[in-house]
Every structure is written in structure tokens, then in C-alpha cells.
Design a protein around this ligand. Structure first.
Ligand SMILES: NC(=O)c1ccc[n+]([C@@H]2O[C@H](COP(=O)([O-])OP(=O)(O)OC[C@H]3O[C@@H](n4cnc5c(N)ncnc54)[C@H](O)[C@@H]3O)[C@@H](O)[C@H]2O)c1
Ligand SMILES: [Zn+2]
Ligand SMILES: [Zn+2]
Length: 427
């Protein structure tokens, strides 16, 4: 089968690898039809993790079951499923409490917890940017989808990671109806955190980043963009809240946070949040921070390379703020979020800018890693056809489609998402 394989810093190659297969009676085998590139893949792509060369990448996976192990009883061949990026057993001390993000069984190292497909330090599992994926404990890990699955793959695939992860950031930040929430990072995860806060009924949501195309998407879903190249988020938020600050905040950037000029500083976003969030407010930190970043010594210094990040702990303590951190327990939320999609209440595909074939993975990684304008979220289709099986999506961005719609005088264009714009334009 073909897979997108990591071959060293900034090198991903699509090549033939041994077919994924059933290895255990509880496994299922999934033919992957839609799989995303994630900001987490970029930490590995840039050589800023211990990810091994020769391994397939990809942890945001959706597809159709083609084979089941002898002990599988719920999932059937032919089912459409989306797989949480966490691989979990369902019966260990952590899984019993719903902490599938820290499963003990699937992580081979005794002093570690948590497993994922194609992910550094998260067990030996192959990724799903490939034609086939082996899913351990298929009955527990696969979330089955309804009849609209084939047509709405771009929405449902976001359940593998970024929609539940953004939602988890708002849970750890205790976002409630009416709250004023600030999100750092307008990447896919930050946009999903803002979208989740809005779905929960937050009164006002700000999103801070320096990427104009991503901030436009934040505005499109009803958030207030803050361009960090021009404004200090803490000042903007305090001015809007009688000097108090936001009720809570979400960190959706991680250890490669940088200033608008590209200078890395892992403490930027945490210190920004500690400043912008009020006394006793909560911070949900889903951006990835890692205990060792040897590749980052040049970019940030020796201490940061050891995961030691100078955050304003004195101010955090003084303000009595709370912090929640870590990988998201996708399974805790994916069923409910699936039903919001199925019920027409959520449409997370609004952020998809590119649908490409698996063969195009190398270029897709390059563009997404450069944060090239308009490359907000890349979806790959290893089945060699468009998501619906009928047509490939447009390679134009939402902004470009909207511009076309405006030139053609199409009404209601400012409220349309990518698919609706494509339909209206007949693309
Ligand atoms: N906890 C989890 O379970 C989980 C799951 C998925 C992704 N992640 C992590 O979430 C983070 C974001 O993922 P993504 O896919 O959105 O990545 P991304 O790299 O596409 O987006 C990050 C965004 O942060 C912006 N940014 C950088 N420095 C900034 C700063 N100082 N202030 C404001 N914005 C800044 C960038 O311009 C970019 O738009 C990554 O660290 C990723 O690894 C965590
Ligand atoms: Zn991801
Ligand atoms: Zn477990």
C-alpha cells in the first residue's frame, strides 16, 4: 500500500510500504478515504521530535472498515468510522475514568502514558496518511458514522482530533454561556476552540494570531480577530472588559510559538494568556509542549530545549488562575460532537482549504508548514478520489471562492461555507 512516510526533517515521501493488516483479534482494518495534516504533524515534519524515519504519519483518520478481527462484535465490515487520534484499550486504570488520552495499555513504555497513530513518543503505531490503517481495539476506538458519512467526510474527519481538541481546550478553560474567551492561535485547533466556545454560547470570543487568512476565518465564524502584529491581545481584551480581562483563555499554539517576525519563544502565548485572563480565570492549554526539544536549542536556547519555559508563574499564582494541559481525550466528546454535525448544528469543515490526493502529501506538507497564505487545513484522500466520491473539492480557499461569488453577485455569500460556495459557483 502507499503511505506518506517521514524520511527526515522537512522530507515526507509517498511510497510503497507493507500493507496494514489485522494483527490481533480485536483489530479492525480501515480503508482510509480522508486523512488530515495536523499542526502536530509539523512538529515531527520539522524534525523537532524523536519521530523515527521510515514511519507513516497521520492521526486524523476516517474511512470504511474492510476487515474485522475475530473478537470484534460491534463494528462491521462496510461501516464508516472516524478514529480518535488517541489509541486506547478501554480497560486500564486511565481508560476506566475516560482518560483515553493517557491509556496505559497501548503505550509500551512503563513510565509513559498515551498512544496515537503515527506520532512521536506515543507508541509504535503506523499513521493513517496511507491506504489502510490497523486500528487496535476497534470496537472501543472506532466511532461509527451515519448514512451521511460518505458525503460529509470533511466535517466528520474533524472528529478525529481538532474539533474535540478545540472543545477540550474550552472544557479545561471552563467556558460557559456568556463568557468572554480569548484564544491564542488561529490555526485549525484555535479555530475549533473558538468555534466550540461560540457553540457553547460564549458572549464574546477573541482569536489572536498574526496570520491574516486564518484570522479571516475566525471572523467568519463570529469571533473577534486580534492581529498580534498590530495589537497586544492583553490590551485589547482588557480595554473591552473594564480592565478585568477575559473570563478564560485557550492556548492553541504550543512550544513553537513565535513573534510575528518568526522569532520563536515558547513562553509568548502562556504569558499572553496569564496577562489577558482575569483573576481566578482558567486556561486550557492544548498547544503541544514537550519535555525535550533538542532540535530547538538554536531557535530558543538550552533551557527551552530541555522543556524549561520561563512563564510568569508569579503573576499566574497572584491571579489565582487555573491551568489544564495535555492531549485531548477525544472519545469523551466525539459522539456528542458527531451528533451536532449530523443535526446540522456544527460544520467544522469551514476551515478546509485544500483537498488533495495522497500523492500530493509532500507539497501539502511544505505549504502547510510554511503557513502559506490560504493553506488553513489540508485534507488528503488516499482513495484517489474526492471526499464524496463524486468530485474533488476546489483548491481555492474560502476567501478566493467568496471573491468569485462577489464578482458574480451571488447573494448570501458572506454566510456560506466552502462547500456551499462551491455549490453556488457550480465548481
Ligand atoms: N492537545 C492535543 O490533543 C492536540 C491535538 C492537536 C493539535 N495540538 C497542538 O495544537 C497546536 C495547534 O495546532 P494547529 O493544527 O492549529 O497548528 P498550526 O501550526 O497550524 O497553528 C498554530 C497557529 O499559531 C499561530 N501562532 C504562532 N505563534 C503565535 C503567537 N505567539 N501568538 C498567537 N498565535 C501564534 C500560528 O501563526 C498558527 O496560525 C499545535 O501545537 C498542535 O501540536 C494538540
Ligand atoms: Zn492532529
Ligand atoms: Zn487504556
Amino acid at each position: 500500500m502507499k503511505a506518506a512516510v517521514y524520511e527526515g526533517p522537512r522530507t515526507v515521501t509517498v511510497k510503497d510500504v507493507p500493507d496494514a493488516r489485522i494483527e490481533h483479534p480485536n483489530d479492525i482494518l480501515v480503508k482510509i478515504t480522508t486523512t488530515n495534516i495536523c499542526g502536530s504533524d509539523l512538529h515531527m515534519y520539522e524534525g523537532r521530535t524523536s519521530f523515527e524515519t521510515g514511519r507513516a504519519m497521520g492521526h486524523e483518520n476516517l474511512g470504511q472498515v474492510v476487515e474485522i478481527g475475530k473478537a470484534v462484535s460491534k463494528v462491521q465490515v462496510g461501516d464508516w468510522v472516524v478514529l480518535p487520534f488517541n489509541i486506547a484499550c478501554g480497560f486500564c486504570k486511565q481508560c476506566e475514568q475516560g482518560l483515553t488520552n493517557y491509556c496505559l495499555t497501548m503505550q509500551p513504555k512503563a513510565d509513559m502514558a498515551g498512544a496515537a497513530y503515527g506520532f512521536a513518543e506515543m507508541g509504535p503505531y503506523q499513521g493513517g496518511q496511507a491506504e489502510l490503517l490497523r486500528v487496535p481495539y476497534g470496537d472501543f476506538n472506532a466511532l461509527r458514522l451515519g448514512e451521511d458519512a460518505a458525503e460529509r467526510q470533511l466535517d466528520y474527519v474533524m472528529l478525529a482530533d481538532i474539533f474535540p481538541t478545540g472543545y477540550h481546550a474550552t472544557e479545561m478553560a471552563h467556558v460557559k454561556p456568556g463568557d468572554q474567551t480569548i484564544v491564542y492561535g488561529a490555526g485549525p485547533v484555535g479555530l475549533m476552540a473558538a468555534y466550540s466556545a461560540i457553540l457553547k454560547g460564549a458572549g464574546r470570543v477573541w482569536v489572536a494570531d498574526h496570520q491574516a487568512d486564518r484570522l479571516r476565518l475566525a471572523e467568519q465564524i463570529g469571533a473577534i480577530p486580534i492581529d498580534t502584529a498590530e495589537q497586544d491581545p492583553g490590551e485589547v481584551v482588557k480595554e473591552a472588559t473594564l480592565g478585568l480581562g477575559a473570563d478564560n483563555g485557550c492556548e492553541c499554539v504550543g512550544y513553537q510559538a513565535h513573534d510575528p517576525q518568526g522569532e520563536e519563544d515558547a513562553s509568548l502565548t502562556m504569558n499572553g494568556l496569564i496577562d489577558a485572563v482575569r483573576f481566578t480565570g482558567s486556561l486550557g492549554v492544548v498547544g503541544v509542549f514537550i519535555p525535550e526539544d533538542p532540535g530547538g536549542a538554536d531557535a530558543q536556547g538550552e533551557l527551552e530545549a530541555q522543556g524549561k519555559i520561563p512563564i510568569d508563574f508569579g503573576m499566574l499564582w497572584f491571579k489565582g488562575q487555573h491551568i489544564g494541559t495535555g492531549q485531548a481525550p477525544v472519545k469523551r466528546y466525539n459522539r456528542a460532537l458527531r451528533d451536532l454535525i449530523a443535526g446540522g448544528k456544527a460544520e467544522p469543515s469551514f476551515l478546509v482549504s485544500h483537498e488533495l490526493g495522497l500523492d500530493e502529501a509532500p507539497e501539502a506538507y511544505e505549504h502547510f508548514d510554511n503557513r502559506d497564505d490560504g493553506w488553513t487545513k489540508v485534507v488528503l484522500h488516499p482513495d484517489g478520489r474526492g471526499g464524496s466520491g463524486e468530485r474533488r473539492g476546489s483548491h481555492l480557499t474560502v476567501q478566493e471562492l467568496r471573491h468569485q461569488a462577489s464578482e458574480r453577485g451571488i447573494e448570501g455569500r458572506s454566510h456560506m461555507n466552502k462547500q456551499q460556495l462551491e455549490k453556488a459557483l457550480g465548481n
